[in-house]
Design a protein around this ligand. Sequence first.
Ligand SMILES: CC(C)(COP(=O)(O)OP(=O)(O)OC[C@H]1O[C@@H](n2cnc3c(N)ncnc32)[C@H](O)[C@@H]1OP(=O)(O)O)[C@@H](O)C(=O)NCCC(=O)NCCS
Length: 225
Amino acid sequence: MHLRKAKNGDVPQIRALINEMAARTDEDHKHGHMLPRSLTELYEHIRDYTVLVSRNDGGDERVLGCCALESQWEELAELKALAVHDIVQGQGWGTMLVEAALEEAANIGVECIYTLTNKMEFFEKLDFWPINMRELPQRVWSECTNCPKFMVACDEVAMTYQGRHPKQTFIPAVGVNAPAAAHAALGLLPANGQSVLSPATAPGSTAQGPMNTNGHEPPFAPPKQ
Ligand SMILES: CC(C)(COP(=O)(O)OP(=O)(O)OC[C@H]1O[C@@H](n2cnc3c(N)ncnc32)[C@H](O)[C@@H]1OP(=O)(O)O)[C@@H](O)C(=O)NCCC(=O)NCCS
């Protein structure tokens, strides 16, 4: 058995492994052991994944473990989708998958690695420390808002490797005003003839404000008539 970077051909097996764990419930995990992943998400993020594989006599590989590291900001990455098949648990493979992700983070210059987990004890052994989830930039919660446990039954703790603290607690949602920015860059007015630029993003504006609130207006606010 060995670890290697995942390939597109591994996706069905990764999905089966993760989703079996996600569907598995017990007294301590009433909503499953981890979040399920869709095929689309796995294909889109396959380069984030490392897999544990075994090879049978016929040369076919079987995926027995996986873990992903997703870069999210200059010095921030999430370790996610960690799973080790029952038949090889307790042999140190979960630890090795996490270590591979930590090594990747170091290689790309990421200092703060966090995970959202219900396996606190496992991660504590690997020098992860619980932190207040509100320290994480809001945008990393996007996955949370799609989770069936969000706001009602969340059992996950935010932990960072070596207890590091994210430097950014706010990540601008670049792109919410992309059509307006594109129109402005091209010197065009949108189809309805009215500029949709908010005071904060209009050329020459000195207004300050986070980009994902457009300064003074909520995101996606319709242009004023
Ligand atoms: C959690 C998981 C990845 C651990 O994989 P593993 O290969 O069994 O882990 P390791 O063999 O590297 O274990 C390392 C240490 O953590 C401990 N450990 C493993 N799973 C644990 C758990 N669920 N709770 C507490 N400690 C655990 C081991 O006993 C071992 O301790 P030791 O070093 O003192 O002997 C695996 O149990 C799994 O896939 N679980 C289901 C999916 C899941 O919960 N994923 C995490 C989602 S947040």
